[in-house]
Structures are given as structure tokens and as C-alpha cells.
Design a protein around this ligand. Structure first.
Ligand SMILES: Nc1ncnc2c1ncn2[C@@H]1O[C@H](COP(=O)(O)OP(=O)(O)OP(=O)(O)O)[C@@H](O)[C@H]1O
Ligand SMILES: [Mg+2]
Length: 304
């Protein structure tokens, strides 16, 4: 049986005003309810544009985009977004930050006291889910980056959005905190039964979290390949060392390099440092400095 998609992109395209080349072309993708889909790809390939378009923060100019069968014309309560920079209200406590938007809704729509009670119950449950019980009355500047991002996620989940859209939400966190956040968000996904669309630069993060990894390519921004992640639905950190995990990681890194043009840069640098032409010997780098391959994009690639 084919599961109908919750989010459906059909021949989706977008060109920013004043831009000569499209940011997205011919995006065809269906995302099922309760799926966790991750997006990777070279910088500028349109990951954030696609996410913001699904959020309704950008409008596409070609093709169709529907959520639950309805065309997207703007933001809606069925979709919540979490950004890399958590942007909490610094003058509100953790608990007040989590409740803020819901309280606004309660006031503006003249809800009953039972609605207020339900909101209080929900915010307490989210506080517990996120392990923030001990800091409920602290202010954002008293928290670590990981804790602040947990508050931002709890705030996004407050109104039970079926879809959570996340744009490099853990990009500003250190590696150890990121690992903890991975297990936390996977737990949240199971508990809340949300559909999660998650953009990242980190290939390991994409594999560890995703049921599917969508690899995008730039110039113009498009979907290159969609990979099923060959791991059990419930993951643990030890799986990062499995042959399946490492195999997909290599495949993704190679494909990102091929589609990003980085490979060409690397070959050029290698050629220069090989001193191919005997008539024009390559200058040896001064002592203590890095070689041609030791800096810039090539080094970043080699570090993977
Ligand atoms: N507001 C904007 N106005 C004009 N062009 C934009 C705008 N936002 C993005 N672009 C362009 O659209 C293309 C896709 O950008 P986008 O930010 O979606 O890429 P990305 O894959 O998220 O990149 P990164 O990995 O660096 O975050 C790029 O060429 C970018 O310059
Ligand atoms: Mg981006």
C-alpha cells in the first residue's frame, strides 16, 4: 500500500527576485506523516530555501506544494520552525518562553480557564521531556547553548504542530552536546509523532537522525539523490561505527564533493602542489606555514 504524503512537492521551483539563476528547480518529493527526513548538500544548494518554502516564509513560483492536501500560501499552526540561533526572549524565564505564544493565543481568543490549565500541563510536560525541569525559572543568559536550543524546541512543540521544520538547529553546538541533542530529538520524534524535516551540514547527523537523507546539489538548487538509511528505526550511538553507517557516509561525502565542484578545486590544488611543470617549480611553503592543501576548502573536505 502506498502511504499518501503529508508534504508534497511537485515540480517545485523558485527564483529570488532580482536573481538570474533559480534557487530551486524541479523539486519532486513526498514526505509521509511521522517521517524524519534530513537534507544535506553543498552550501547554496537551496536547503534553507526549500525549508522556508514549506514553512510558508517564502513563496515558490513554479510547481505545487501541498501540506495535508492543501496548497501552502503562508505560515500556519501546522508547521513550526526551529532555527540555528534560538532567539529566546531574554527577559522571560524558561517556562515563560515556552508558554509565551500559547498564552498570546489564550488571551486573544478569550479562551476558558481549562485552556489555560491545558497549556500549563503541556508546558510542564515539555519541560520534563526536554530535561529542563531544574531550570524552569532561569533566564536564557543563564543557560548553555544546548539548554537554550532545548527551550526553543519545547517552545516550537507547545502547540503540537504536526510538522517540525529545523534549519541546522544544532549547528552552533559543540560535538558532545550535539550527540546528546540527537538522541533527544529522536526521542521527541517518537513521543510526539511529529513529521520532522531537518536541514544540516553534518552528514553523520543526517544519517543518524533520518529515515531518508535527501542530497541536494547547487547551481541550480535541486534534489540530486534520495537515500534510504539502512539502519533500524531506533538508533543508538554505537551504530555510527557500523559498516552500513560508514558506507552511506562515504557515499554522501563523495557525492557532495562531486556535485559541489569541490573536487575540481582539490584536483587543481593537487596539481599545483605536485609541481608538474619542471620549468616553473612550485614555490615551497615557508617553514611553519601550511601547504597548498593545508588550508581553505580543500582542507575542510579532507577533514571529513
Ligand atoms: N533572500 C534571498 N534573496 C536572494 N537570493 C537568495 C536569498 N536567500 C538565498 N538566496 C540564494 O538562493 C540560493 C540557495 O540559498 P539557500 O540559503 O537556500 O542555500 P543553503 O543550501 O541553505 O545554503 P547553506 O548551506 O549555506 O545554508 C543561493 O544561491 C543563495 O544565494
Ligand atoms: Mg541554509
Amino acid at each position: 500500500m502506498i502511504t499518501p504524503s503529508l508534504i508534497e512537492c511537485k515540480s517545485l521551483g523558485k527564483t529570488y527576485l532580482g536573481s538570474k539563476s533559480p534557487a530551486l528547480v524541479d523539486v519532486n518529493l513526498g514526505i509521509a506523516a511521522n517521517e524524519f527526513v534530513t537534507f544535506v548538500g553543498a552550501s547554496g544548494c537551496g536547503k534553507s530555501t526549500l525549508l522556508r518554502t514549506i514553512a510558508g516564509l517564502e513563496l515558490h513560483d513554479r510547481g505545487a506544494l501541498t501540506v495535508g492536501g492543501r496548497a501552502i500560501t503562508g505560515p500556519g499552526p501546522d508547521r513550526a520552525m526551529v532555527f540555528q540561533h534560538y532567539s529566546l526572549y531574554p527577559w522571560l524565564t524558561v517556562m515563560q518562553n515556552i508558554r509565551f505564544v500559547r498564552q498570546l493565543a489564550v488571551h486573544t481568543r478569550n479562551r476558558t480557564s481549562s485552556d489555560v490549565e491545558a497549556a500549563a500541563g503541556r508546558s510542564q510536560a515539555l519541560l520534563d521531556l526536554m530535561g529542563l525541569g531544574a531550570v524552569a525559572n532561569a533566564y536564557p543568559n543563564q543557560l548553555s547553548g544546548g539548554m537554550q536550543q532545548r527551550v526553543a524546541i519545547a517552545r516550537a512543540l507547545m502547540s503540537r504542530p504536526p510538522i517540525l521544520l529545523m534549519d541546522e538547529p544544532f549547528g552552533a553546538l559543540d560535538a558532545q552536546t550535539r550527540e546528546v541533542m540527537h538522541d533527544l530529538i529522536a526521542h521527541v520524534h517518537r513521543q510526539e509523532r511529529s513529521t520532522i524535516v531537518f536541514v544540516t551540514h553534518d552528514v553523520e547527523e543526517a544519517i543518524y537522525l533520518g529515515h531518508r537523507v535527501v542530497l541536494m546539489a547547487p547551481r541550480p538548487g535541486r534534489i540530486d539523490t534520495v537515500y534510504e538509511v539502512p539502519l533500524p528505526a531506533i538508533r543508538n550511538q554505537a551504530m555510527r561505527l557500523s559498516p552500513e553507517f560508514l558506507g552511506l557516509k562515504r557515499t554522501l561525502l563523495d557525492r557532495i564533493r562531486e556535485t559541489s565542484g569541490m573536487k575540481t578545486d582539490l584536483e587543481l590544488l593537487e596539481k599545483l602542489s605536485r609541481n608538474d611543470d619542471p620549468k616553473t617549480p612550485a614555490a615551497s611553503p615557508p617553514e611553519g606555514s601550511s601547504s597548498a592543501l593545508g588550508s581553505g576548502p580543500a582542507r575542510a573536505e579532507l577533514a571529513h
